[in-house]
Design a protein around this ligand. Structure first.
Ligand code: ATP
Ligand code: MG
Length: 560
């Protein structure tokens, strides 16, 4: 019920679309798109955009295209394209037949370059990229006009065709729009439309040695695909007049023209979000690849154990706004806990084992005790856990000298072993170094299942595994990747990597888990009682699972 309400919540983008539908604009059709540049893996910010665009298409019974904005051959790779397709699908969205590539429009864009020249609206400029930027002026000082601006249409056509034919060296010429070198909007100061760049493109190979600039490709790609609502982040607001200028001169009468709507990009605490910075973390091996479970990438979140449902819920809760803000990562974790609490089966494992010998329990005896799989969902049933004379508990659940509020195990104190028995500590054994080697307990056979027949209560309940039956597992515990909630802001002009958290990964190799975990596979998610939600990592070996802690059971501000 709550979910339903959330997904139907209104926002300013929906208001605009409602208004367009009311006016029967585009015959009431809604066509959106998600247009990533395949120069890195998608992150949680992209997930917000994906949820908005695909969500609107769904709500208005329209469609949403997935389009690779692949106009920059040097930074783009097939690996990124594949990861994008995989990630959008994993998030639960479907573009049907509508997968497109801006590179499929290269010929059309080139023809539009020629058309602008013929209309006297574009010219070939002989300045170097440095000269072009040096002559752009500043917002308050007009730029200087390029000498190429006065070339004849014929000369421009000839030069542009020869640019395409490969007659000129890289960077020696550009095609520029003839708009206004004094415009207060810098984007309108004769922007570059095409540059010469001999670079192999992952889809068009060596067919082209000139490539359109992003700004000359983006709006027209929307137009070619019949996008009705082109939703993008705020930094493109000042580009909108340029996109409109192109379509004013290139679009055909009566065809759908995209309406651009800008919203605030997602920023989140304790992380960085730009692909360039994420690439830096990968390239310099601060993290173990784009899908490192500490990364804010969709593939990292997936490997960490996030569910698509929790990410969609998060996107819905943060909503869309016009003002930049920074969302607390605790909200994302909250959405995840809420989802996993309902769905994740429970198991027991001990991360830091302390041996416990139950002296009055018969040697060689094993009992199978019933354990509930999920107290939130009876339908998930139960399993059995073997119990025997020697068990492991968490080292931290025992104190030789217990402080007043310590309700777990201590000499002379009684505690409940979940689903098993009450045990009382009778002795502590130490090794030569004074470290506690094992503890001795007595159990009460009349408390089978963890409940006392005489109504005697204990304050503490701890988890355990049978030593002989347990299996070895590795646990990876994570903390935030950065020590500062806003590392980019904290770094200012300096290096944001200064704020990387050196303790963001803790590996525990000696953990013991109940035998039911022997059969888990990479991607499986569950709760380890009292320790957190976990997900099986692809690094797992046969018989030795590697478990990523997805999130702790309560908000601990990222701490292991
Ligand atoms: P980055 O700065 O991280 O490299 P980008 O904007 O260059 O991101 P694109 O591949 O161009 O990445 O983005 C594809 C779509 O995702 C665009 O429509 C963009 O507006 C949107 N997007 C990117 N980052 C965010 C974000 N942090 N929040 C919301 N939407 C985003
Ligand atoms: Mg971009």
């Amino acid at each position: 019920m709550e979910k339903e309400e959330r997904t139907s919540r209104s926002n300013f983008i929906k208001d605009i679309i409602d208004e367009d539908i009311k006016n029967n604009k585009n015959e009431g059709r809604v066509v959106t798109r998600f247009p990533p540049e395949p120069n890195g893996y998608l992150h949680i910010g992209h997930a917000k955009s994906i949820c908005i665009n695909f969500g609107l298409a769904k709500q208005y019974a329209g469609r949403c295209h997935l389009r690779m904005d692949d106009t920059n051959p040097e930074k783009e790779e097939m690996e990124y394209i594949e990861s994008i397709i995989n990630d959008v699908r994993w998030l639960g969205f479907d573009w049907g037949e509508n997968l497109y590539y801006a590179s499929d429009y290269f010929e059309q864009l080139y023809q539009w370059g020629l058309l602008l020249i013929r209309k006297g609206l574009a010219y070939v400029c002989d300045m170097t990229p440095e000269e072009v930027s040096a002559t752009r002026g500043t917002p308050s000082v007009p730029g200087t006009e390029s000498p190429g601006r006065t070339r004849s249409v014929e000369e421009n056509l000839d030069l542009f065709e020869r640019m395409r034919a490969g007659e000129f060296p890289d960077g020696s010429r550009t095609l520029r729009a003839r708009i206004n070198m004094a415009s207060p909007n810098m984007n309108l100061r004769d922007p570059v439309l095409y540059r010469i760049k001999r670079a192999e493109h992952q889809r068009t190979g060596n067919d082209w040695c000139i490539y359109p600039m992003y700004d000359f490709a983006h709006g027209q790609s929307d137009y070619i695909e019949g996008i009705t609502h082109s939703i993008c982040t705020l930094e493109f607001e000042a580009h909108r007049p340029l996109y409109d200028w192109f379509l004013d001169h290139l679009a055909e009468q009566g065809r759908v023209r995209p309406r651009q709507i800008e919203f605030a990009r997602l920023s989140m605490t304790y992380t960085v979000m730009s692909k360039r910075k994420l690439l830096e973390l990968v390239a310099s091996k601060f993290v173990d690849g784009w899908d490192d479970p500490r990364m804010p990438t969709i593939s990292g979140l997936r490997r960490r154990g996030y569910t698509p449902e929790s990410i969609r819920d998060f996107a819905e809760r943060i909503g869309v706004a016009k003002a930049d803000n920074i969302v607390d990562v605790a909200l994302l974790e909250h959405c995840l806990r809420e989802d996993l609490n309902k769905r994740a089966p429970r198991f027991m494992a001990v991360l830091d084992p302390l041996k416990v010998v139950i002296e009055n329990y018969p040697e060689g005896k094993t009992e199978e005790l019933e354990a509930v799989n999920n107290p939130e969902d009876e339908g998930m049933g139960s399993r059995t856990m073997p119990f025997s004379r020697v068990i492991y508990i968490e080292r931290d659940d025992f104190r030789e000298e217990a402080p007043p509020k310590f309700f777990r195990l201590a000499p002379g104190k009684e505690v409940r072993l979940k689903f098993a028995y009450y045990v009382k500590c009778t002795a502590v054994e130490k090794d030569a170094t004074g470290e506690i080697a094992e503890i001795r307990c007595a159990y009460d056979p009349a408390t089978r299942g963890g409940w006392s027949e005489d109504g005697r209560k204990v304050k503490g309940t701890i988890h355990w595994v049978s030593a002989e039956h347990s299996i070895g597992v590795t646990a990876r515990l994570y903390d935030y990747l950065f020590t500062d909630p806003d590392p980019e802001d904290a770094a200012g002009e300096g290096d944001f990597t200064r704020f990387l958290n050196k303790d963001s990964l803790m590996i525990l190799d000696e953990c013991r888990a109940e035998p039911s975990l022997a059969g888990v596979r990479p991607g499986d998610r569950f709760q380890l009682e009292r320790i957190g939600y976990f997900c099986v990592d692809p690094d797992s070996q046969e018989g030795k699972p590697v478990l990523n802690r997805t999130v702790t059971l309560k908000d601990t501000k990222g701490k292991n």
